[in-house]
Write a protein of this length. Structure first.
Length: 333
């Protein structure tokens, strides 16, 4: 029977003993009745519930559920909208809800939106951590499970963790056969591109260069980074020498040894507005972050210290530190 090597460890990271059937398929159908009951407890009107029912009828329960919950919980609605608008404060506000929301449905949606913000702004490592928490703690509660699994695989590919990403995209395709075709098509494309990269002698070098770039942005310039840089140069020199030798033998450059014409690490996704049910990206935060006044950055730091649990403070702080390193000015918080 098929197991799911990439997603299941993320889902069950905190559990040493799990039932065998849980290892086989940890996802269950969306419990619409429980969600509707919860929304009623939050004060949902008949008109609001009718809109949600219409979205479900149209095959968009994820969009309908997110819209309804954002209307019922203004803090979630405001924070998610900030993320869609490219507001630098979005990660802070979503992080508060993702870390400590007593409403488990709100927590799940906040984690989803927070991960999307982080992916939009080139922080796949932290996005993967947030989505891991969603998949482990919040699955089987909202209709966002399929998208959370898709973007978890996307984060792994962007890091890049190629083997894990290939497995995660394969798991997604197996576990969610009824996911929207646009998501499944992109998952199939990215998996194929990742697999094709193994045919190129440059794929490991490209991955190493991306890792060095991320380390330099984080000001990690010690021995491991310098060793990786030297390894990249040595590998490139070896490939150059091999190609020169082949050219001498064949009087021409060999074909098929260049990088993929459509590298998977940053594959273009179909555009589209919004978050849920869409693959498009929000406006980048970097431009707005670079012009934030110092007192605004200090306010964010104070808010992190006062209102965030330790583990989440480190995550959100890392995200803002990355923005500071990427704003073109070398500024910090």
């Amino acid at each position: 029977m098929r197991t799911f090597p990439a997603l299941v460890p993320a889902l069950l990271l905190a559990s040493a003993l799990v039932a065998q059937e849980e290892r086989q398929n940890p996802f269950k159908p969306f419990d619409r009745a429980a969600f509707e009951q919860h929304c009623r407890s939050l004060g949902a009107t008949d008109a609001a519930m009718q809109k949600f029912a219409a979205a479900c009828k149209d095959g968009q329960p994820d969009v309908g559920a997110d819209t309804l919950l954002r209307e019922l919980v203004p803090a979630l609605g405001k924070a998610a909208q900030m993320g869609e608008d490219g507001d630098p404060l979005a990660a802070l506000e979503l992080g508060k809800l993702a870390a400590s929301a007593s409403d488990l449905w709100v927590r799940a949606h906040a984690r989803y939106h927070l991960a999307r913000v982080m992916l939009d702004n080139d922080d796949p490592e932290t996005a993967a951590e947030v989505l891991r928490d969603y998949l482990r703690d919040d699955r089987n509660r909202t209709p966002l499970d399929a998208e959370a699994a898709f973007f978890f695989a996307t984060a792994l590919a962007d890091m890049p963790m190629r083997d894990n990403a290939i497995a995660a995209f394969a798991d997604y395709l197996d576990l969610f056969p009824d996911a929207p075709e646009r998501f499944r098509a992109v998952a199939q494309q990215r998996r194929a591109e990742l697999e094709a990269q193994f045919q190129s002698p440059l794929h490991d070098i490209a991955d190493s260069m991306r890792r060095v770039e991320r380390d330099l942005k984080k000001e990690r310039t010690g021995d491991p980074t310098q060793s990786t840089q030297k390894d990249i140069v040595d590998k490139l020199q070896k490939i150059i020498e091999e190609l020169e030798e082949q050219e001498k033998k064949s009087s021409g450059m060999p074909s098929g040894n260049g990088p993929s014409s459509s590298p998977a690490a940053k594959s273009a996704l179909p555009g589209g507005p919004g978050r849920v049910g869409q693959l498009g990206k929000a406006p980048p935060v970097g431009d707005r972050w670079s012009v934030e006044k110092k007192r605004d950055r200090d306010k964010i730091e104070a808010d992190l210290q006062a209102n965030m649990p330790d583990s989440w403070r480190e995550r959100i702080g890392r995200y803002y530190e990355r923005l500071g390193k990427s704003d073109g000015k070398g500024g910090g918080k």
